[in-house]
Design a binder for this molecule. Structure first.
Ligand code: NDP
Length: 466
């Protein structure tokens, strides 16, 4: 039974809900659900801890971040097991990406924050400089697709900037957050600086609307993001959102085809397509269209299916497979449930073609192991097709021409563009989307800017007559 972590204590309060194993569909564990009393208790604990935490020198908070990273590494195997149990992720991905990135997030933001200078502006007789203060208490709402990686990606900058936090993991994936709460206690983090509550249906809303919460960071669907924005608008709370995507991949005939196919397989099927950065729309230059489709479909058949996070999400993805059929798509591979995987939440890796650009399949985020492939004839047409989406999170370009790479990358309406690669990240660079894909940027000093507010101090300096 998972219990909330509030003010440094385990709190068994509120009703109970089940978490399911996506590989078998059976109940994995029971979790306490935060009602309004639990949410209030967590926010009050954070408010009590916030001033003392904010008063520490940033170098001391950075030292705490490094202790948390050490604590993560000490519980590495437990975290890997917890994340795999909740999500059904492959061991290799969890060992090499999800959990190590958790520790790396804390180390990176410790360094970025400790070394960041304040701004100072000089004019004759006038000195202006800025000091940055934390927001206070931040609500951190974490999705289920990369639970530990994305939780720590938000927590590290929020904490090192001097905020106390109340974290609410997804109802589907609470286990690595529960272990992180244990790690906070193990390293002796001051009580109340990190609070973790669980919930299903109402906790998120209760948390963001609580008057004691000063800012909200959320990664998830655009619909929930805009609901949160409306519900905190009365109090004008700052929000940082990384939302949905319908990411395009543009493949030119002059690319290294082996690399492009390889990279596209990763960008479509990693984590069962349940990554906001995954590609769902592919545009391929006509001379290589047939060959590319054939090679992608063949490779898709070799991809090990990964479970969707829940029965509900599997149903959603399968409904898009049905939609593709009913809209007249040609299914190049997949389109159903793998023969030997009736239990659990598996779907087949799927490649389709032949749908119009304004079809629901090509405009709505599916968030599964699936893409649509369409041909193009000119560079401008490719850019227009890629940009014809309400979303603008990420895009990939595959080309052998340096000029074209820069030209196209700079015209794509996306917060992140990769050329001849995918998912490569430098944690110091801005991360986030344009249009319906979000508001604000995470990463490096951009994260620190969100989790703090600058005050500008201006001093008139009298000129000396000496
Ligand atoms: P949502 O994006 O709808 O988010 C669910 C989370 O938001 C839960 O923690 C929930 O907590 C919280 N929440 C819901 N309503 C509110 C509210 N009004 N105020 C505050 N918090 C709220 O995710 P789903 O799991 O339903 O996924 C739906 C779709 O979102 C997916 O199919 C996918 O397309 C997309 N998605 C995108 C992700 C990304 O990385 N960009 C990640 C995950 C999903 P509670 O239930 O306790 O209120």
């Amino acid at each position: 039974m998972l219990t909330h972590f509030i003010g440094g204590e385990q709190v068994a309060q509120g009703p109970v809900f089940p978490v399911y194993d996506p590989v078998t569909g059976s109940v994995l564990r029971q979790v306490h659900e935060a009602d309004s009393a639990v949410v209030d208790r967590a926010v009050q604990a954070a408010r009590a801890a916030a001033p003392g935490w904010a008063a520490l020198p940033v170098t001391e908070r950075a030292a705490w971040m490094r202790r948390l990273a050490d604590g993560i590494e000490a519980r590495f195997d437990d975290l890997v097991a917890a994340e795999i149990a909740d999500t059904g992720k492959p061991l290799e991905q969890t060992r090499t990406l999800d959990i190590p990135r958790g520790a790396a997030n804390f180390r990176a933001f410790a360094e970025i924050a400790a070394q960041r200078p304040d701004d100072a502006f000089h004019l004759p007789g006038v000195l202006s400089y800025t000091v940055r203060r934390p927001l206070g208490v931040v609500a951190v709402i974490v999705p289920w697709n990369l639970p530990f990686l994305l939780m720590t990606w938000k927590l590290a900058p929020a904490l090192v900037a001097g905020n106390a936090v109340v974290v609410k993991p997804s109802e589907n994936t609470p286990s690595s957050a529960a272990l992180f709460a244990e790690i906070c206690a193990e390293v002796g983090l001051p009580a109340g600086v990190v609070n973790v509550i669980y919930g299903y249906g109402t906790a998120g809303q209760l948390l963001v609307e609580h008057p004691g919460v000063d800012g909200v960071t959320f990664t998830g669907s655009t619909r929930t993001g805009s609901t949160i924005m409306r519900s905190v608008s009365d109090r004008v709370k700052p929000v940082s959102f990384e939302l949905g995507g319908k990411n395009a991949g543009v493949i030119f005939a002059d690319c290294d085809l082996d690399r492009a196919v390889d990279g596209t397989v990763k960008s479509v099927f990693t984590n069962g397509g349940q990554v906001c950065l995954c590609t769902e729309r592919l545009y391929v230059e006509r001379p290589i269209f047939e060959e590319f489709c054939a090679r992608l479909a063949a490779r898709a058949q070799t991809v090990e299916p990964q479970p969707m996070i829940s029965a509900e999400h599997r149903q959603k993805v399968l409904s898009y497979y049905e939609l593709a059929r009913s809209e007249g798509a040609k299914i190049l591979t997949g389109g159903g449930v793998p023969a030997d995987r009736e239990a659990g939440y598996f779907v087949e890796p799927t490649v389709v073609t032949g749908l119009s650009e304004d079809s629901r399949f090509n405009t709505e985020e599916i968030f599964g192991p699936v893409c649509h492939v369409a041909p193009f004839d000119t560079e401008s047409q490719a850019v227009d097709l890629a940009n014809a989406s309400e979303y603008g999170l990420a895009a990939t370009v595959w080309t052998g021409s340096l000029d074209r790479a820069h030209r196209v990358a700079q015209r794509l309406e996306a917060g992140l563009v990769w050329v001849n690669t995918w998912y490569l990240r430098d944690l110091r660079t801005p991360f986030g989307g344009v249009k319906l894909s979000g508001i604000g940027r995470e990463g490096g000093t951009q994260s620190l800017d969100f989790y703090s507010e600058p005050t500008t101090i201006t001093i008139k300096l009298e000129q000396s007559d000496a």
